[in-house]
Design a protein around this ligand. Structure first.
Ligand SMILES: *[C@@H]1O[C@H](CO)[C@@H](O)[C@H](O)[C@H]1NC(C)=O
Ligand SMILES: *[C@@H]1O[C@H](CO)[C@@H](O)[C@H](O)[C@H]1NC(C)=O
Ligand SMILES: *[C@@H]1O[C@H](CO)[C@@H](O)[C@H](O)[C@H]1NC(C)=O
Ligand SMILES: *[C@@H]1O[C@H](CO)[C@@H](O)[C@H](O)[C@H]1NC(C)=O
Ligand SMILES: *[C@@H]1O[C@H](CO)[C@@H](O)[C@H](O)[C@H]1NC(C)=O
Ligand SMILES: *[C@@H]1O[C@H](CO)[C@@H](O)[C@H](O)[C@H]1NC(C)=O
Ligand SMILES: *[C@@H]1O[C@H](CO)[C@@H](O)[C@H](O)[C@H]1NC(C)=O
Ligand SMILES: *[C@@H]1O[C@H](CO)[C@@H](O)[C@H](O)[C@H]1NC(C)=O
Ligand SMILES: *[C@@H]1O[C@H](CO)[C@@H](O)[C@H](O)[C@H]1NC(C)=O
Ligand SMILES: *[C@@H]1O[C@H](CO)[C@@H](O)[C@H](O)[C@H]1NC(C)=O
Ligand SMILES: *[C@@H]1O[C@H](CO)[C@@H](O)[C@H](O)[C@H]1NC(C)=O
Ligand SMILES: *[C@@H]1O[C@H](CO)[C@@H](O)[C@H](O)[C@H]1NC(C)=O
Length: 633
């Protein structure tokens, strides 16, 4: 969810030369006559170029910005990717376990989660109203997300679902008044602004229009949610005016120009670049905005950028497991650091969710790519630590595509994502993978003093070594002691818990999909740990060391995703299971449900199950379906 590179003890590894794909095909000029839209007229230098075709991309990229900036209601534009096939898409299916009516929730626990929301919200109002976020130790507000009140906009849909009506009323009044076209705080990061602000606005709008929640709010304030989303997106859209059409990492709202990030290869060559999660986590919000406004430009923009990621050049080491950086000029992939971890995570997450949201010939291509990534995950990176053959972690790959035997908490969303894909595509073995991954993350929470999980951990491989071999890690007595006891060791410096929602997210999917009550117990155990360790006399804070009594000390932040994600997944675990049914709603990576009029369809490779195979590190995953991981010896 949050792009961050946590691979600190791997930093000494040499980077792979990127010379292989430094030479791009020549840039194709596009008819300059087609430049009469608002966006393009401010960007004459950019719109005269088209993306360099990627050798392996079997799509037509006769890109013209004017072709897809005119807001027509056509299904596709000249810039949209070519459908991957004309397969018939079958009927929809339900996703959730069939809980008997009136079962599956726990009103006492739901009320406790709601109390936590109200407690933290009251502190935000008292000490930080109008600021982006509360600093719960210094008791003041901070503007770290452009000063538009990210706690309000990101947190509103959770408050709507909890039916905290006074909170929602105050939030709606604020949102209507925000000027999203300007910020004193420099360049605007497109990824976080999309998932927190745009996602929050659209989700609140969809919920209040759905007839499924309490809604006695002023109609003009509800309409303002969509109007504001459109205003914000029309500014963010300038980020896509790169030579490739892939979004730049940032956009300057005063000049309406993309602001490039850079990535320097060992060769010394520097690319304009963006990380994969940032470039590839737009599909849900922008598709939804296109559907709600009728302006297909929003969809075309994100489909175009997505094509580079789903047709990576050069090919990743394992199909689907793309690296963390892409070149926004030529569209090439810049390293092989694949996996489900930060800087890739929500790119993969959205591929199956967008197909669940809307099955069509284009999103089927996304689902196929996701399936190749999950297949590679089972084949190559779902690993059992030394001595813990019932425990599964999803390893990352380093820049060269070599296993790291490490995992970050961000990757803990993957268990829920595999489970969703299992039901959407009808591939049972993916449920086994999802259960195993969700259990692996539970192990990292269940083995600490606080019951909260760390940011980043590693483990010893099937031959009792670690990566890289003979490193300091291999002989570190602390790591060895933890590894022997728990199957994993917390990487020094990454003992923090900062409202990370991903593990609870996966347990929630596991609960709603399997109906097995142990998942709800895991969430409740975690909530008790949170309430005990992260709560203080003001609100909730971050926890500096999850494996020390009282978390050692607290940190001075309360991120908006505490409200938007952590408490939403917690609350939904104990609300009646018909609340935000997974068959009807798709969540973005910030946990905002969007009403997709969902059609989830079974279209998959029926041969998939037969191709599963496991090496010594990867025994049968199926056995984990019923039991929690435990030490084998
Ligand atoms: C420019 O806009 C006008 C009016 O919207 C339209 O008729 C015309 O086709 C556009 N020109 C090009 C080259 O797209
Ligand atoms: C909008 O773009 C589509 C696709 O290029 C084109 O067919 C259509 O004529 C354009 N409409 C306007 C009003 O420019
Ligand atoms: C599309 O369907 C037609 C008719 O069923 C078939 O002949 C053709 O090969 C299909 N094309 C693709 C790309 O699958
Ligand atoms: C997929 O493409 C085929 C051929 O272009 C078309 O007949 C079919 O309706 C498309 N299906 C969807 C869901 O768009
Ligand atoms: C609901 O939660 C409360 C508080 O944890 C617990 O005591 C009770 O047993 C739970 N009820 C059910 C039916 O699980
Ligand atoms: C459609 O969205 C694009 C991209 O934000 C914007 O430039 C264009 O003005 C919009 N069209 C309409 C009709 O609102
Ligand atoms: C990066 O983008 C800037 C403009 O934003 C451009 O001047 C520069 O040439 C680009 N560099 C590369 C290596 O593409
Ligand atoms: C697109 O179609 C929808 C529904 O038919 C309509 O409400 C909307 O105004 C249309 N948008 C544009 C830009 O034509
Ligand atoms: C899964 O991986 C195996 C081995 O690499 C391969 O043979 C198979 O085609 C893959 N299946 C899918 C659906 O990608
Ligand atoms: C570990 O999980 C078990 C089973 O859910 C629970 O009883 C125990 O309290 C948990 N321990 C911690 C530290 O979370
Ligand atoms: C695993 O390796 C460590 C460090 O070399 C060693 O102390 C330990 O005894 C080994 N465990 C087993 C079961 O061989
Ligand atoms: C959470 O902590 C508060 C303050 O200590 C306490 O009043 C409340 O009962 C706790 N909630 C649960 C469910 O333990």
């Amino acid at each position: 969810m949050i792009p961050k590179s946590p691979f600190r003890f791997l930093s000494s590894l040499s980077l792979l030369s990127v010379q292989a794909f430094a030479a791009r095909p020549t840039i194709v000029p596009v008819d300059e006559g087609e430049t009469n839209t608002t966006l393009s007229s401010t960007h004459n230098t950019l719109i005269t170029t088209a993306p360099a075709p990627l050798a392996s991309v079997p799509i037509s990229l006769s890109l013209s910005l004017s072709g897809y900036l005119n807001g027509t209601n056509t299904t596709t534009s000249s810039a949209s990717p070519t459908p991957t096939s004309n397969v018939t898409l079958p009927a929809c299916k339900s996703i959730q376990y069939a809980f008997p009516s009136g079962t599956g929730g726990n009103a006492t626990r739901a009320a406790a989660i709601k109390e936590a929301y109200q407690y933290a919200w009251d502190a935000y109002v008292e000490y930080a109203w109008g600021y982006d976020e509360l600093q719960p130790l210094s008791k003041k507000g901070t503007n770290d997300w452009y000063g538009w009140g990210v706690t309000v906009v990101d947190g509103i849909d959770t408050a709507i679902i909890m039916e905290l009506t006074d909170v929602v009323s105050k939030m709606l009044g604020w949102i209507q008044s925000v000027d999203f076209t300007t910020t004193p705080d420099g360049d605007v990061e497109v990824f976080d602004t999309t998932i927190r602000y745009l996602g929050g606005l659209l989700s609140a709008y969809d919920l209040l229009k759905s007839g499924q929640v309490y809604n006695d709010y002023p109609a003009d304030q509800i309409e303002a949610l969509l109007t504001q989303a459109k205003i914000l997106a029309d500014k963010l859209a300038y980020a896509f005016l790169t030579p490739s059409g892939m979004s730049a990492a940032n956009v300057d709202f005063s000049t309406n120009t993309p602001v490039e990030g850079t990535y320097t290869a060992p060769s010394g060559k520097t690319y304009n670049s963006t990380n994969t999660a940032s470039a590839g986590s737009f599909l849900i919000e922008w598709y939804r905005l296109a559907a709600l406004t009728g302006n297909t430009t929003y969809r075309s923009l994100v489909d175009t950028g997505e094509q580079y990621l789903t047709h990576p050049s050069p090919a990743p080491v394992y199909p689907g497991l793309v690296g963390t950086q892409f070149d926004t000029t030529g569209g090439g992939m810049l390293n092989y650091a694949g996996g489900w971890h930060s800087e890739v995570d929500s790119f993969l997450e959205y591929l199956i969710k967008i197909y669940h949201y809307k099955a069509d010939n284009i999103t089927k291509g996304y689902a196929d790519f996701w399936l190749s990534a999950t297949n590679s995950t089972v084949e190559h990176i779902a690993l059992h630590p030394y001595g813990f053959e019932d425990l599964t972690f999803i390893s990352g790959l380093d820049d060269n595509g070599v296993l790291t035997y490490t995992m970050d908490d961000y990757a803990c969303f993957a268990g829920g994502n595999f489970l969703l894909g299992c039901k959407v595509l009808g591939i049972d073995s993916l449920c086994d993978l999802g259960i195993a991954a969700a259990d692996g993350c539970h192990q990292t929470y269940n083995t600490t003093v606080t019951g909260l999980g760390p940011l980043y951990w590693g483990w010893f491989d099937s031959t009792n070594n670690t990566f890289p071999p003979d490193s300091a890690v291999d002989i570190d007595s602390g790591y060895r002691r933890q590894g022997a006891a728990n199957g994993e060791f917390i990487v020094n410096g990454d003992e923090v818990y900062a409202s990370f929602p991903e593990s609870v997210e996966s347990w929630w999917y596991a609960y709603r999909i399997t109906g097995d009550p142990r998942w709800a117990e895991y969430a409740w155990d975690m909530f008790l740990g949170l309430n005990k360790t992260a709560r203080n006399s003001v609100a909730f804070a971050t926890v500096n060391n999850v494996d020390m009594p009282f978390g050692e000390s607290q940190g001075d932040s309360l991120d908006s995703f505490f409200f938007a994600e952590l408490l939403k997944y917690q609350y939904l675990t104990f609300a009646d299971p018909s609340t935000i049914d997974l068959g009807q709603w798709v969540f973005n990576t910030e946990s905002h449900p969007d009403d997709g009029h969902v059609k989830s369809c079974s279209i998959v490779a029926s041969t998939y199950k037969e191709t599963l195979s496991f090496s010594s590190d990867r025994k049968s995953l199926a056995r984990y379906t019923k039991t929690a991981p435990r030490k084998t010896s």
